[in-house]
Design a protein around this ligand. Sequence first.
Ligand code: FMN
Length: 191
Amino acid sequence: MKKVVILNGSPHEHGCTAALADVVSKEAADLGAEVKSYYLNGMNINSCQGCRACTDKGQCIQQDDMREIFDEIASADGIIFATPVYMWQMSAQLKTAVDRLLPFLRPGYTTSLEPGKKVLLAATQGRPDTDLFRHYFEHVGNNLLFLGFGSYKILIAGGTRQHEDLTNQTELLEEARHMGRWLANEPFANS
Ligand SMILES: Cc1cc2nc3c(=O)[nH]c(=O)nc-3n(C[C@H](O)[C@H](O)[C@H](O)COP(=O)(O)O)c2cc1C
């Protein structure tokens, strides 16, 4: 059984970002995947302190809720990094967690992550043009590959201020379900 972990970086637990991630994960769950969802804003996750203890120890020395996230990522087949676009980027809540992923990078630019982990970067944004920030999410995705994640895809919903702005977008919702199938390891149509 595949395991999919959602890291929701929106301050709105049931906002547009959560709704987008839900469409993806529901499809994955329907295909048998186990889904676990984390609302980062409600967790105790400190910023990286740059102490580099992880370089020596292979793990972060901070005793906070990131410990659970490390374990979940290590055991997941797919990770959904979900965020609203804030100031042209991912939210601070998600960025704080992403900064904390450094322990997975091992000496000599190797990784402690098991190979083949799939990443979905799922973003919602107020601006309707979904190409506006795509280059930024490609940059984020490539950084995650450098950390040792196996592959990534990007899913962006534009023009979202409230739920209806998402649920009206039938093409986008179908793309989201495709992503769910990809995470659950179904053949990905047209790719
Ligand atoms: C502080 C703040 C900054 C934002 N910055 C952007 C932005 O740079 N570009 C954009 O298209 N939308 C921006 N938005 C709109 C949100 O990305 C959008 O409404 C998103 O779908 C909200 O998701 P949520 O319901 O999960 O909070 C911003 C919203 C807020 C509150």
